[in-house]
Design a protein around this ligand. Structure first.
Ligand code: CA
Ligand code: CA
Ligand code: CA
Ligand code: CA
Length: 470
């Protein structure tokens, strides 16, 4: 736990007294009668500690210093503690984390050093929310420069993050075998990531030396097994070149709340040998997303790599997504779970011998139709529109980053005779709501009445062929 210097301890004690008096004063309504939301605008790209917890974001001076991201998050914790929601506004640019002295062990909860910590637990009944909002138009990049992970969120927090890039986080556990979350380590109640990207983050376990054995969730690790807590909703964003043993991009430790991933791209992430890019031990939706071109570190003895795309340990729905795993262990492994595939594209296109999809521990692979694959492994029984092709027949070109674009008379086009349907959102009751899927991953209309397989809908007005096949 956090160690305070004596003056700070006294300060926190006094602050706690003040807040507790306020809480006791009108205890029954406190959670809903919170103050009006606070907005804190960060006005320096430099890292620096908040001078004192006094309601003013200020580095180096009690009230007149610049407001760093670190200082803003420190103040935000105590507003939320008192029941007030906080929005932190981040102008575009690069925020480099630099505060490493005095030397602190990795993996601790001290918000003044290393990773950014929002860990001071709010009272159970608090319903306040932390919003970190990239103002745009360019991205707000938080670059941890390898000094630690980027951000840690503790229990009971509800957090929304918009238009931020988490970059070069590196966690190396010194307190347990496991290193959690190179970009974000989340243990709160709800996390929403909208147009949030993760680039070059890494999680390493204690025993791993320079390796990343026992690293969990290179970009994002989520750990909360309380009933109804730990819900994660992802809209958009790129997960590029992150590294961890399990879940090179995302690891969701055991839980009950949904993990929904909508319109995201996973590329170039590197797992341990035969390990996964996305590993979910909670129910999951993967919609309008692309999981292609990920790798695995070679096994030190055998040299075998064999990356795996998605590991599903609870009921999982793959809808209108593109999964490509050249030479890997496969795209989808259903481990004791039901996996429902709909209007998705599973491509291995190689002679590695591993199937696109597999089950272990009595998992099930169930089709809702409109899928296409280059083997028969992704459904026990085909449903309407499902089709298996030989690996040469895709007519797909990889363009615009990592999207696989159909051209010509690609068999992915109009794979289903119906409009696309998919997850729309997770409702306030924590349950998924499905409906029409009107846009593809790039934001183009899915409006021709016949759903294409994969994350990208062909556009008839585009003629399909402005691109050369590679
Ligand atoms: Ca302050
Ligand atoms: Ca921390
Ligand atoms: Ca820290
Ligand atoms: Ca279509």
């Amino acid at each position: 736990m956090k160690r305070y210097s004596v003056p700070r301890t006294v300060f926190f004690f006094l602050l706690s007294l003040v807040i507790m008096v306020a809480l006791v004063g009108n205890a029954p309504q406190r959670a809903t009668a919170a103050g009006s939301p606070e907005t804190i605008r960060v006005n320096t790209f430099n890292d620096g500690q908040d001078y004192a917890v006094n309601g003013v974001c200020s580095v180096g001076d009690i009230t007149d210093g610049p407001c760093s991201l670190r200082a803003a998050l420190t103040e935000a914790q105590f507003h939320i503690w008192a029941g007030t929601s906080v929005t932190i506004e981040l102008p575009p640019g690069e925020y480099k984390l630099t505060v490493t002295e005095p030397a602190h062990p990795d993996d601790d909860d001290d918000w003044d050093y290393g990773d950014l910590d929002v860990v001071y637990p709010p009272p159970e009944e608090v319903d306040a929310r932390l919003v970190v909002y990239g103002l745009g138009p360019g991205p707000a990049v938080i670059n941890a420069q390898g000094i630690d992970r980027v951000l840690e969120i503790g229990i009971r927090y509800k957090v929304e993050i918009y238009r931020v890039v988490f970059k070069n986080g590196l966690t190396r556990s010194t307190t347990s075998d496991y290193g959690w979350g190179g970009g974000i380590y989340f243990q709160g109640r709800e996390l929403l990531l909208s147009e949030v990207s993760f680039i070059g983050n890494e999680a390493r376990g204690q025993a791993a030396g320079s390796q990343f054995q026992y690293g969990l969730g290179g970009a994002l690790a989520v750990r909360n097994n309380a009933q109804g807590e730990g819900m994660v909703r992802i809209f958009g964003g790129d997960y590029l070149d992150n590294k961890a043993d399990l879940g090179s991009a995302i690891l969701r430790n055991e839980g009950y709340a949904f993990l929904s991933i909508y319109g995201a791209t996973f590329h170039g992430n590197e797992s341990g040998p035969a390990r996964d890019v996305i590993r979910s031990e909670t129910p999951m939706y993967l919609v309008n997303s692309t999981v292609t071109g990920n790798t695995a570190r070679p096994h030190p003895d055998t040299g075998i790599t064999f990356p795996l795309g998605v590991s599903a340990f609870r009921t999982t729905w793959i809808q209108n997504s593109t999964l490509e795993n050249e030479g890997g262990q496969g795209n989808l492994l259903c481990n004791g779970a039901e996996c429902w595939v709909r209007s998705s594209l599973f491509r291995k296109n190689s002679a590695s011998g591993s199937p696109n999809c597999a089950v272990v521990n009595n998992g099930r692979l169930l089709s809702e139709g409109g899928n296409i694959a280059d083997d028969y492994s992704c459904w026990e029984q085909p449903a309407e529109g499902d089709r298996v092709i030989s690996s040469g027949d895709w007519q797909l070109a990889q363009r615009f980053g990592y999207y696989w674009m159909p051209y010509g008379t690609s068999p992915v086009l109009d794979r289903s005779p119906y409009p696309c349907e998919a997850l729309m959102y997770i409702g306030p009751d924590g349950l998924p709501v499905e409906g029409g899927l009107y846009e593809d991953q790039r934001g183009n209309g899915r409006d021709d009445g016949a759903c294409d397989a994969g994350a990208i809908e062909g556009i008839t007005t585009f003629g399909y062929l402005p691109w050369t096949v590679r």
